[in-house]
Design a binder for this molecule. Structure first.
Ligand code: AMP
Ligand code: GLY
Length: 541
C-alpha cells in the first residue's frame, strides 16, 4: 500500500530526508511542515500548514490524512514531547519520546547517564552556583576549560575556553547573565579534550543499533577552522579519519551501551542517536549525544544510503529494526559545502537573488539542498530563488574519490551566485591524503613502479652480478648505495680520482666511435670485394 509520510522541520536536513523518502516506491506522498521552497519544489512533496506548537492538532491532521509515518527532524519538538503526544494517536513516529530525548536536551543528565553506563566521555562536574563552578575551574585536577549550558541553546551554549579566566567568564555569561535563558540554570564544566571530531549516527530502536557511515562536520565559519562557530559550514562522508577499529569501539562502547542503558532505565530510544566523538590519543571519547539526524551530516550521509529510508524508519518506529541491514553505495564519497548569507553567523541577509541553481542541479551526481531560501518575483516579474536565512543551501557532490567530490562541491558553489555569499574552500581537505592512502590508491604500483617485477629482475641478475665481485666490494645488489673497501683490494696508498665529463668529451667520444665504425665498414666492404674477386678468379683457373 502506498504510504503518506509527514516530515517536521525546515532545514537542509529535512530537505535531504524528504528527498530520500520521496525515492521510496512505497511512498505516495511526502508532506512537510513547515518545509522550505526547495523541499516543496520536489515532486511527490507537498507543504502542509500546521501549527507546530499544537501537537494535538498535528496528531489529528495526521490521523485524518492517513499518515503512515511521522518523521521529526529537529530536537526542540522531540525534547518537548511531540512524539509522546503523536503516539497516543497510534501513529508511527520516527524520533524519541521526551524522556529519551533528554540525552540531548539535558547535558547534566546525559553526562550522568554516560557515567552510569560506562560510556567513555570527558571528566566533568555540574553546578547550579556560578561561584562553585568558577572555584572548580581554578582548582580542577585536569584542564576544566569547556563550559556548557545544560539545556538546549540552539547549538550555541558551549564555550571551549583557552584559559581558566575565559572559562570563568563563560560561567558568568551562562549562569549569571543567563545568556541562553533557562538553559543555563545548570552549567556543566568539562575537561578539554584534544583530537579530531567525527559524527557517528545510528538508527536505534530499543536495544537494536544500526550504525551509519561516519561523517565530519566543519563548525567554524572560515577555512582552516578559523572564525566563529556556526551551525556547520560543510560535511563529508564517509570520514576516513576514524579507523574501522575505532568505529567498532564507538558502536560497542558508545551507541550500543547508550541504547541498552536507555532500555534498562525504561526509556527506550527510537530514531537516530548521534554520537559526537572526539578521537583522542587515549581512544574515542563522547562529546555529546544528539537525539536526531545531524545538520549538515544528513545531507552527505543519505545520498550514500542504498537502503529504502522509508522502510528503515518504519521498521525502526515499529520496533523491528533488526529486520534491516543498511546498504551503502560502495567506494563513493559525498562532500557538501554550505553557502551562507552575508553577516552569518551573527546575522543573516534576506532577499538576495540566487542564480546558477538550475545549472548545478542538472549536473550528474550533484544535489543542492535548501535551508534558507525563498521565492520572490524579480524586477521583470519572473519568480526567482532568493536568500532567506543564515545558512542558505548546501551543494553536495558525489564521486569515487574524496578529492574529486570536494573539488566538484566547491566548484558548484562558485557557480551559485548571490550577493555576500560565504562558503569555505577547504571542506574535507584534511582527510583527502588519508582517503587516498586508505583507498589503496597511493601505491608504488599506481605510480608506475611494479615492485614484484623489480624483485624478480634483481633475483634473476643476482648470480651474474656476484661473478663481478672482487676484493673490496662491500654488500650486494638490492641496496640504495654501494661501497668499495680500497684496503681490502690491497691498495697501500690509494688515490681515488673522480672526473666530470663535459659535452666536449662526449662529442670526441662520439666522433671516435664514428671513425671506428666507418673504418670497420670500409674494411668489411673491402673484404667482401676481395672475396667476390677471388671467387671470379677461381672460375678462370
Ligand atoms: P557539544 O554541543 O557538547 O557537542 O559541543 C559543541 C562543540 O564544542 C563540539 O562539537 C566540540 O567542538 C566542542 N566541545 C564540546 N565538548 C568538548 C570537550 N570536552 N573538549 C573539547 N571540545 C569540546
Ligand atoms: N552537525 C551538528 C549537529 O547537527 O548538531
Amino acid at each position: 500500500m502506498a504510504a503518506n509520510v509527514l516530515v517536521i522541520g525546515s532545514g537542509g536536513r529535512e530537505h535531504a530526508l524528504c528527498w530520500k523518502l520521496a525515492q521510496s516506491a512505497k511512498v505516495k506522498q511526502v508532506y512537510v511542515a513547515p518545509g522550505n521552497v526547495g523541499i516543496t519544489s520536489m515532486s511527490k512533496v507537498e507543504k502542509v500548514h500546521l501549527d507546530l506548537k499544537n501537537y494535538q492538532a498535528i496528531g489529528e491532521w495526521s490521523k485524518k490524512n492517513n499518515i503512515s509515518l511521522v518523521v521529526v527532524g529537529p530536537e526542540d519538538p522531540l525534547a518537548n514531547g511531540l512524539v509522546d503526544v503523536l503516539s497516543e494517536f497510534g501513529l508511527n513516529c520516527f524520533g524519541p519520546k521526551k524522556a529519551a530525548a533528554q540525552i540531548e536536551a539535558d547535558k547534566n543528565w546525559s553526562k550522568a547517564f554516560m557515567d552510569r553506563h560506562e560510556i567513555p566521555t570527558a571528566r566533568w562536574k555540574s553546578f547550579q552556583s556560578a561561584s562553585d563552578a568558577k572555584k572548580f575551574i581554578l582548582s580542577a585536577p585536569y584542564p576544566a576549560l569547556v563550559v556548557k549550558a545544560s539545556g538546549l541553546a540552539a547549538g550555541k551554549g558551549v564555550v571551549v575556553a583557552r584559559t581558566k579566566e575565559e572559562a570563568c567568564e563563560a560561567v558568568d555569561a551562562i549562569a549569571t547573565d543567563r545568556k541562553y535563558g533557562t538553559a543555563g540554570e545548570t552549567v556543566v564544566v568539562e575537561e578539554l579534550l584534544q583530537g579530531e571530531e567525527v559524527s557517528v549516527l545510528a538508527f536505534v530502536s530499543g536495544g537494536t543499533v544500526r550504525v551509519m557511515l561516519p561523517a565530519q562536520d566543519h563548525k567554524r565559519l572560515k577555512d582552516n577552522d578559523q572564525g566563529p562557530n556556526t551551525g556547520g559550514m560543510g560535511a563529508y562522508c564517509p570520514c576516513p579519519i576514524i579507523s574501522k577499529k575505532e568505529l567498532d569501539e564507538v558502536r560497542r562502547e558508545v551507541l550500543q551501551r547508550a541504547a541498552d542503558g536507555l532500555v534498562k532505565e525504561k526509556i527506550p530510544f527510537t530514531g537516530v542517536l548521534y554520537a559526537g566523538m572526539m578521537l583522542t590519543k587515549d581512544g574515542p571519547r563522547t562529546l555529546e549525544f544528539n537525539c536526531r539526524f545531524g545538520d549538515p551530516e544528513t545531507q552527505v550521509i543519505l545520498p550514500l544510503l542504498e537502503s529504502d529510508l522509508y522502510e528503515v524508519m518504519l521498521d525502526c518506529s515499529k520496533g523491528q529494526l533488526e529486520k534491516q541491514n543498511l546498504k551503502w553505495k560502495e567506494g563513493i564519497f559525498a562532500v557538501g559545502v554550505v553557502m551562507a548569507s552575508k553577516g552569518y553567523p551573527e546575522s543573516s541577509t534576506k532577499g538576495n537573488v540566487i542564480t546558477g541553481l538550475d545549472e548545478v542541479s542538472l549536473l550528474p551526481d550533484h544535489i543542492v539542498f535548501h535551508s534558507g531560501t525563498a521565492i520572490q518575483s524579480t524586477g521583470d516579474g519572473a519568480p526567482a530563488f532568493v536568500t532567506n536565512g543564515g545558512r542558505v543551501l548546501i551543494a553536495v557532490a558525489l564521486a569515487a574519490d574524496l578529492a574529486l567530490s570536494a573539488a566538484r562541491a566547491h566548484a558548484a558553489c562558485s557557480r551559485i551566485i548571490f550577493d555576500g555569499a560565504q562558503f569555505r574552500a577547504d571542506i574535507a581537505h584534511k582527510s583527502i591524503a588519508r582517503a587516498i592512502l586508505e583507498g589503496g590508491k597511493l601505491t608504488y604500483k599506481a605510480s608506475g613502479v611494479d615492485i614484484v617485477a623489480g624483485d624478480t629482475l634483481v633475483n634473476t641478475i643476482k648470480p651474474a652480478i656476484k661473478l663481478t665481485h672482487r676484493p673490496g666490494s662491500v654488500g650486494s645488489i638490492g641496496g640504495f648505495g654501494g661501497l668499495f673497501d680500497v684496503k681490502a683490494a690491497s691498495y697501500k696508498d690509494p688515490l681515488l680520482v673522480s672526473g666530470t665529463d663535459g659535452v666536449g668529451t662526449k662529442l670526441k667520444g662520439v666522433r671516435l666511435l664514428k671513425c671506428l665504425v666507418y673504418t670497420m665498414v670500409m674494411i668489411m666492404t673491402w673484404l667482401d670485394l676481395l672475396w667476390v674477386l677471388w671467387k671470379r678468379i677461381k672460375c678462370f683457373l
